[in-house]
Design a protein around this ligand. Structure first.
Ligand SMILES: [Zn+2]
Length: 233
């Protein structure tokens, strides 16, 4: 039974150390720090998205410029044809005028699109600037919080170190096989060892069958079927 007591004593110190580690992780400063980091990452993502849009718009602008040149050349051709080879019939005239009108429509559509792109580019520029400012401010906050957190966690980490040492000092007293089992269970549930109290597993308050109780009393290694903890007397 003594081997279980050694494990119990070890667990007491080990769990205290875990609690300190957890409180370091859950410190409000650290949470703020993580929030600030996520915010910066979001702004970086947003910035990249805008940049991609800007690139796509620049590409589209090139395509439009080429299209406009093409339409302008067509218009010029039609004009030349009108001057040097005037339409002979009403039909030919209508057809030529229809071509001219199509060309002008195309140019107008391109112009409308260019104006829209210019407007969007301007608003993207503005957005990009504000995202940059927001990210820079967030970075300042992040750096401040980081310094604060480092300061704060320094003393807490020293405390954790002391507590880990306390647990470590007790570890050699524990049977190695038992320690191994302890570590395995701890991956699933903590604390991994529970006392038997009034016929129940004190970890989950499940009543244990008498056969299990007998095993525990005989000093066998018993794990709770409900919570998986090692149950000791
Ligand atoms: Zn249990």
């Amino acid at each position: 039974m003594e081997k279980f007591e050694a494990l119990w004593a070890y667990q007491a110190e080990d769990i205290k150390a875990d609690a300190i580690a957890q409180s370091i992780r859950r410190s409000p400063t650290r949470q703020k720090l993580e929030k600030a980091r996520d915010y910066i990452l979001d702004r970086q993502k947003q910035y990249k998205q805008i940049e991609e849009e800007v690139t796509a718009m620049a590409d589209r602008k090139d395509v439009i410029a080429q299209g406009m040149q093409r339409a302008a050349r067509q218009l010029e051709d039609l004009q030349n044809r009108f001057e040097h080879n005037p339409p002979a019939s009403q039909e030919e005239l209508s057809s030529l005028l229809a071509d001219v009108s199509r060309c002008r429509d195309t140019i107008r559509q391109y112009e409308t699109e260019i104006r829209r792109i210019v407007r969007e580019t301007e608003s993207n520029d503005k957005l990009q600037r504000s995202v940059r400012v927001e990210a820079a401010n967030a970075k300042k906050t992040f750096d401040q919080l980081k310094a604060e957190y480092e300061q704060e966690s320094k003393s807490r980490k020293a405390e954790l170190e002391v507590q880990r040492e306390k647990a470590k000092a007790l570890a050699p007293e524990v049977d190695p096989a038992l320690m191994e089992e302890y570590e395995i269970i701890k991956k699933h549930i903590s604390p991994p060892v529970a006392r038997l109290t009034y016929g129940q597993c004190s970890g989950c308050n499940t009543s244990l069958p008498s056969a299990t109780l007998a095993k525990i009393k005989n000093g066998a290694l018993v794990e709770c079927e409900t919570c998986g903890r090692m149950i000791i007397q």
